[in-house]
Ligand binder design. Structure first.
Ligand SMILES: [Mn+2]
Length: 315
């Protein structure tokens, strides 16, 4: 049985923290800010252990490692699995999910109801925000570790609170999570000031290939480039944001050659009316209106011609 829940309308009030977030600044004498029972001493500090798994533990798999499987955790295959931000089982990169009860939580416009239970809210600023709502609705006490993970998810998925999905509700969540022990400056440092050198070298290569035409910008890296500097696929994340940051550029695309496949992985961004989710969907990909991705067959000039034609015509 497939339950497909796409909520409409505002978030129920019961999902919100118990005290409304005030809009006025606190006065010295009577603070209008909500009082939280959080133990401030328990908040992570710069010298305390990382409150969440390091990115390296989650993203980087060494060459020759085997594909992780859900059966490594539960060999019986009976434990349900919750999948975040995935439009299919394949997207998880995990084996052993077939036949399990799957719960799919996603906020992509191109999200698909492939699981047993599907909660897809394209208006949610982050999947971490959706998880937050579940935690609040379930009356879970949000520990500093949980708050740190949720805050990190919201921070990164809103483009550091800059995407159009960022609303007053986003800041209310951020406020609550900080009060629950998330450390904003530490999390920002761990996300934005902890790049491996290979990522910055790869950025240098990508920016040196930069092409601009009218309101389009594009660039690429080859798998040979990546091998030469020891870069991995994750090092390509965010490159396209430098392109869309150029004044006057309305659409941007970054192409990463997939090793041994004669294919290119595309990251597409827009800041105008161009709906890049629909363009990516046309090529079998998906994403958001202003941020999407897809894969195209090479060689590079052919892939470039196809995507640039689509971006120029708007569809
Ligand atoms: Mn997301």
């Amino acid at each position: 049985m497939t339950i497909y829940w796409r909520p409409s309308g505002p978030i129920p009030a019961s999902f919100w923290p118990r005290t409304p977030v005030p809009t006025a600044m606190p006065s010295a004498r009577s603070s209008p800010w909500p009082k939280y029972s959080t133990n401030l001493a328990a908040r992570p500090t710069s010298s305390s252990p990382t409150p969440y798994p390091p990115p390296t533990a989650l993203c980087r798999t060494s060459a020759g490692s085997t594909t992780p499987s859900a059966n490594d955790v539960d060999p019986t295959g009976t434990t349900p699995a919750i999948l975040l931000e995935c439009d299919s089982i394949i997207r998880t990169g995990l084996l052993g999910l077939e036949g399990r009860t799957l719960i799919n939580i996603d906020h992509h416009a191109s999200g698909r109801p492939f699981a047993s239970v599907n909660w897809i809210d394209e208006h949610a600023c982050a999947v971490a925000a959706m998880v937050y709502h579940i935690a609040v609705a379930a009356n879970v006490e949000i520990t500093p570790s949980m708050a740190s993970c949720l805050y990190a998810g919201i921070l990164s998925d809103t483009g550091t609170f800059t995407y159009s999905s960022t609303t007053a509700d986003t800041f209310a969540m951020a406020h609550h999570l900080a009060a629950c022990g998330a450390n904003p400056s530490r999390i920002a440092r761990d996300i934005y000031l902890s790049n491996p050198a290979s990522k910055i070298r790869l950025l240098g290569i990508a920016l040196s290939n930069l092409q601009c035409d009218d309101d389009l910008a594009w660039t690429w890296v080859t798998s040979e480039d990546m091998d030469r500097i020891g870069a991995i696929a994750e090092d390509c994340e965010g490159v396209v944001n430098y392109l869309i940051s150029i004044a006057g550029v309305q659409s941007a695309v970054f192409l990463r050659e997939v090793a041994n496949a004669d294919q290119f992985r595309l990251s597409i961004r827009s800041k105008g009316e161009t709906d890049v989710a629909r363009i990516a969907e046309r090529f079998g990909g998906g994403g958001h209106r202003n941020a999407s991705g897809c894969t195209l067959d090479g060689p590079l000039p052919v892939a470039l011609e196809r995507i640039l034609t689509q971006l120029r015509t708007g569809l």
